[in-house]
Design a protein around this ligand. Structure first.
Ligand code: ATP
Length: 248
């Protein structure tokens, strides 16, 4: 479904991703785990195409040089040079780190903005689905985004991404700063969304523990390189992974 190979990203001379290979098959949940600065967001930006916009912006501003190389294939097509907005239309939708909801707009407005790629009937159906899967949002429809709690903002960010009709959803550190209870709820709901909507999902996080129960397969990034990968079961059985990422 989505596969990156030999992926390299440089910020000037700083190598942020080094020959990364990662893939996510149809209907899979794939985890990407790594410490601060391991390259998780850079990977999400390369998969969604945002890195191309960053590259252009920096070039126009005379800022740092961003170099991208390698391949990103989606449904058997090379998309490395395809713009992020085209990729979103094709079904690759990013739910960015730190949520980035529209803080001045209401919950309902945020969701409607997310649905700009959808037909009116798709938007109506998806809106009803978002309220079904996140009942809290339904109660907060008219609340201003900036007044929501962190967990509610994350639900809204996922809901808004769903409104864009993803075939593959990229969740960049969705659990950052949330309580363990909220983290568990969001991960359960993420799995439910995969099961009910048949969406593939790549989720990045610093800590594997709260995400691990829902992943089918995972990659571990260290300093821009994918150093380990495997099915959930295989990684759980690996003593190095258990001690480094689960503290057991
Ligand atoms: P975090 O958990 O802190 O979000 P991350 O795993 O998402 O970390 P990235 O944000 O992808 O890591 O960063 C990877 C490396 O690239 C880091 O060394 C970071 O400093 C550098 N980097 C990221 N974005 C830029 C940028 N726009 N300009 C220069 N360097 C950057």
């Amino acid at each position: 479904m989505l596969e990156a190979s030999d992926l390299m990203v440089f910020y000037e001379n700083n190598l942020a991703l080094n020959n990364v290979h990662i893939r996510c098959d149809r209907n899979q949940i794939v985890g990407v785990f790594g410490a601060n600065s391991a390259g998780k967001s850079t990977l999400m930006h390369a998969l969604s195409g945002i890195v191309l916009d960053m590259q252009k912006k920096e070039m126009m501003a005379g800022g740092e040089r961003i170099t991208v190389a390698g391949s990103v294939r989606y449904q058997e097509k090379e998309v490395m040079t395809v713009s992020p907005s085209r990729r979103a239309k094709m079904g690759i939708v990013l739910c960015p780190e730190r949520r980035r909801i529209f803080k001045e707009s209401t919950v309902l407005e945020n969701l409607k903005i997310g649905g700009y790629l959808a037909s009116p009937s798709q938007a109506r159906e998806t809106l009803a689905y978002v309220f079904e899967v996140f009942p809290a949002l339904s109660r907060l429809k008219n609340r201003i985004g900036g007044f929501l709690s962190g967990g509610e903002q994350q639900m809204l960010a996922i809901g808004r991404a769903l409104m864009a009709q993803p075939k593959i959803l990229l969740l960049d550190e969705p659990l950052l700063g949330l309580s363990p209870l909220m983290q568990a709820m969001l991960m359960r709901t993420t799995r439910e969304i995969r099961d009910q909507r048949k969406i593939s999902i790549i989720v990045s996080e610093q800590y594997a523990r709260p995400v691990f129960p829902i992943v089918d397969y995972a990659f571990i990034l260290e300093n821009g390189s994918a150093v380990l990968e495997g099915t959930r079961e295989a990684l759980m059985d690996n003593p190095d992974v258990r001690s480094a990422y689960f503290g057991v």
